[in-house]
Design a protein around this ligand. Structure first.
Ligand SMILES: [Zn+2]
Ligand SMILES: [Zn+2]
Length: 266
């Protein structure tokens, strides 16, 4: 695919790459469409962490979008950290500017960032289950996002990744998938899973197959690059996984409306 609609720049706490550098690399590696989705998260322990200055961010997005118009299509986006305690703030943020694409992701479990695994007091099994339950609650109660980011991302940070299998959490995951389908929200395939050594994207191919089985049609694709080297990372592998799960198309969002791209057959 020549569209990568999940990436970060120095507007995100965990990236040091200037916006223009990401854009230049995207052009260099043949992308014709990208969406910049910097982090806006609420509820993290350190104040100001993973929060953008919305006005400065929007201004920059519009500036680069226009400046590069003849070379690449830049879509404006945000990766909003979904958290039930901050529902009102989340809605206010995503409605403040006319972003093309709102990617809703859950980054905390019971208020704890699983990246700091040692801070979470429970077993991997409890952490995974709570993550899915909290994702379900957010998907039901939060509005305005077009895709759910990296479902099963929490597994990246477990002590024992083997604890995870779709079947073990199928009761909750199926409810998440049904809710997405009923609301017309896409499911993201995030190739950051490969980078984390999972050997597959997030979510696991079993989840993609189940989504298809339940009637799901909209898949988005993003590498979640935090530096230029990872733009479009492992897209060919992910495309095969997506095709094997029964999909022939990828969805991107322009002005929040779905646009369909056919997956090249290899
Ligand atoms: Zn994320
Ligand atoms: Zn991200």
């Amino acid at each position: 695919m020549t569209a990568d609609i999940h990436m970060h720049t120095s507007f995100s706490t965990d990236s040091e790459t200037p916006v223009e550098e990401m854009v230049e690399q995207a052009i260099a590696c043949g992308m014709d469409t990208i969406c910049i989705t910097d982090h806006q998260d609420y509820g993290l322990a350190k104040p100001g962490y993973f929060q953008v200055d919305p006005a400065a961010y929007w201004e920059k997005m519009v500036q680069v979008r226009d400046a590069y118009r003849d070379r690449i299509r830049i879509l404006t986006g945000i990766e909003i950290g979904m958290h039930m305690d901050y529902r009102e703030k989340i809605h206010a943020f995503i409605n403040a500017y006319p972003f093309d694409y709102i990617l809703g992701s859950v980054h905390l479990v019971d208020g704890i960032d699983p990246y700091d695994r040692a801070l979470y007091p429970g077993t991997d099994d409890v952490m995974y289950r709570h993550y899915f339950e909290q994702t379900l609650e957010c998907v039901r109660q939060i509005d305005g996002f077009q895709a759910l980011g990296h479902l099963d991302y929490v597994v990246r940070y477990g002590y024992d990744r083997d604890v995870y299998a779709y079947e073990k959490y199928a009761d909750v995951i199926d409810e998440i998938l049904k809710e997405l389908i009923a609301r017309g929200i896409a499911l993201e395939v995030n190739t950051g899973g490969y980078k984390s050594g999972l050997g597959c994207p997030n979510p696991h191919p079993d989840v993609l197959r189940r989504y298809r089985e339940l009637g799901g049609e909209r898949i988005t694709l993003g590498a979640d690059a935090h530096n230029p080297a990872y733009i479009g990372y492992e897209f060919e592998r992910a495309e095969k996984v997506i095709r094997d799960a029964g999909f022939r198309e990828i969805t991107i969002f322009v002005d929040k409306k779905p646009e369909i791209l056919v997956i090249p057959s290899k």
